[in-house]
Design a protein around this ligand. Structure first.
Ligand SMILES: *Cc1c(COP(=O)(O)O)cnc(C)c1O
Length: 405
């Protein structure tokens, strides 16, 4: 074994000792309400396929036709090889959907955040960021030389203090950044309060709606629409990989923002754009979101039913307000054991532990979709109850009539 591999193996052994070594789970099926793993059908509570669009016939058909019309790949980065009109069509549709002057698509939500933070902010500027923001925002912040001002999760007094500091430090642009829906807890950012504070300091707001688009707002337009804050959030980042069901990221905002990213957004400049099939499927997804609002409605009905079932059984679902429902059990090894037990009982839901969440906040994260049937959700609830019993996990069932502490 080479020296490098010996050294890597030592680190991996450390992960194993901490119970953090998790082999990839191989699926032999599409990401649907149920998935095929090792020859068994399991109820899937792990995907971000909120609206079931991933397997929607209109998206599949659009992708197939685009391959025939445009080919398999896009050729190169758009600033060099030219940009195919289908890319521009998707961006016009996204801007109209989000109610902004313009939009730009990137290869993923991850690279969208890198493009914005790296492209918009320089040394004289400030980024004011919620401590629980997504890893792609954290990595984007690492790419900038802007001053960093973190505030504890959803703490609006602290946000105000950071804004004061940024102004006292004489920063040029000040950008407040938050997830719209936080991916580990499923809670919603207090966007109206954030916007008010930012406006008081002449700061701009950026919201990452990866888990909010398709979920919040009319037809899934996202958190800005949900809160009625049109025109007051300068930058809306979104992903095309979750509810939209395909792959990619986008930035919606002004024409100036789009032009800036085309010239200064490094993932835009140095990495090839989407294949046409991906773009066409995304356009079809917007069509479906506009014409089949019942999907979003079913998503919320399912989320409410499942969350209510879990809390009735006595599980701790934290502060979830959306279809992301964590089942918090404490140490990472408990979360992994619960996930394993669930798997044996026909449910696929991943355990998440430190360092993704705090040490005592290990959890099994569940996401229901619009395509789960009530029967599937009830079977999953039964599996949760049986697994907890098998592991001797303490539950705190809600007693009818009793007030909750
Ligand atoms: C998933 C996620 C991303 C990354 O999106 P991809 O399209 O998968 O790269 C970015 N931000 C947040 C908040 C996310 O949850």
């Amino acid at each position: 074994m080479s020296d490098l591999d010996t050294s890597l193996r030592a680190d991996l052994d450390q992960l194993r000792q901490e119970g953090r070594f998790r082999p990839l789970v191989v699926l032999d099926s599409p990401q649907d309400a149920e998935v095929l793993i090792g020859g068994r059908r399991l109820i899937n509570l792990s995907s971000n396929n909120y609206l079931g669009l991933n397997t929607h016939p209109r998206l599949k058909q659009a992708a197939i036709e685009a391959v025939r019309a445009w080919g398999a790949g896009s050729g190169a980065v758009r600033s060099i090889a030219g940009t195919q009109s289908i890319h521009e069509e998707l961006e016009a549709r996204l801007a109209a959907f989000k109610g902004t002057a313009a939009s730009l698509t990137l290869q993923s939500g991850y690279t969208a955040n890198l493009a914005v933070l790296g492209g918009v902010l320089g040394e004289q500027d400030a980024v004011v960021s919620d401590a629980l923001n997504h890893a792609s925002i954290i990595d984007g912040i690492r790419l900038t030389k802007a001053g960093r001002y973190l505030f504890p999760h959803r703490d609006m007094d602290a946000l105000q203090q950071r804004l004061e500091e940024a102004r006292r430090d004489g920063r040029r642009r000040v950008l407040v950044v938050t997830d719209g829906v936080f991916s580990m807890d499923g809670d919603i950012a207090p966007l109206p309060a954030i916007v008010e504070r930012a406006e008081a300091f002449g700061a701009a707001v950026m919201v990452d709606d990866a888990h909010a688009s398709g979920v919040l707002g009319r037809n899934g337009r996202g958190s800005v629409d949900h809160f009625g804050l049109e025109g007051r959030v300068a930058i809306q980042v979104g992903t095309l990989s979750k509810a939209v069901g395909v792959l990619g990221g986008y930035v919606a905002g002004s024409q100036e923002l789009r032009d800036t990213l085309i010239h200064l957004g490094r993932p835009f400049l140095f990495s090839t754009s989407h294949p046409p099939a991906v773009v066409a499927a995304c356009i079809a997804a917007i069509d479906v979101m506009e014409s089949e609002p019942e999907r979003q409605q079913r998503l919320w009905e399912n989320a409410r039913h499942f969350k209510e079932g879990l809390t009735t059984l006595g599980f701790n679902c934290g502060h979830s307000e959306t279809p992301i429902t964590p089942v918090i059990v404490g140490e990472a090894r408990h979360a992994m054991a619960l996930s394993d037990q669930l798997r044996e009982r026909g449910v696929f839901a991943q355990g998440i532990g430190y360092p993704t969440v705090a040490r005592d906040q290990g959890r099994v994260r569940t996401i229901v979709t619009s395509t789960h049937t009530k029967e599937q959700l009830d079977r999953a609830l039964e599996a949760f109850a049986d697994s907890a019993r098998a592991l001797g996990l303490p539950l705190h069932p809600v007693v009818a009539g009793a007030s909750q502490a």
